[in-house]
Write a protein that binds this ligand. Sequence first.
Ligand SMILES: [Zn+2]
Ligand SMILES: [Zn+2]
Length: 277
Amino acid sequence: MGAHMPAAGGLHKAILNGKEIGCTAVQVFTSSPQQWAAKEITDEKAEAFRKAREETGIEAVVSHDSYLVNLAATEAALRKRSISALAGELLRCAKLGIPYAVTHMGAHKGDGEEVGLKRLAEGAAAVLAETPDSVSIAMETTAGQGTTMGYKFEHLGFVIEANKGHPRLVACLDTCHVFAAGYDIRTEETYNEMIEEFDRIVGLDRLRVIHVNDSMRPFASRKDRHAHIGQGEIGEDAFRRVVNDPRIRHASLILETPDPDEMHEVNLKRLKSYLSA
Ligand SMILES: [Zn+2]
Ligand SMILES: [Zn+2]
């Protein structure tokens, strides 16, 4: 259980600062998420990262890819660029010993979901073909803003199926996004329905990361705005269920809530307080 940690002062700092505030799992950007160009992970940086993990005992580390990646882009050149950017992300992860790269996959930009999903599946296949087995693509469920895909579990299921159940296609479930996308997780019953549906369509064995974020926007708004745990539209009952659900215990829980410097520690304490003894 942990948080997305800023990497100011070096990637290893994300791990060390995470430990400081009580993380046992950490998410990082291996490059600037707003830029195509990525700085190389030197041997020195990789070594500092490895050492930080060893010192802190934080084994569960995941990365989040650049926001620019769109495997379903209309222009072929942009799709190609996205494939190499995501492949680059996986290669940096391999060098850092990170097993999962979380990605939002893409938006069809008006070309329609059918075309878009095919492009996602082809893009994923291309990325998998040029990257090592040690890193998996963790497709993230989205809120479905604009023409973004991934707001239905079926979208992830399609990409997995189109790639014949490729073992390196795994998933990241974001509580804020699924709620915004129309999966009501506020009651025990509807939460269970959501988990069962995910299992049926994607498979809980593929669920490796859970982004634990409350939602500033109402149910089914298709808007992606994260709120502090228990202070948004989802409310704390759902998070109590998430942290205590044995069906998803194998996944890393990662906070992506606002004001990381002041609030990650507070939100993490809140999540831990929900754990039943
Ligand atoms: Zn997320
Ligand atoms: Zn989000």
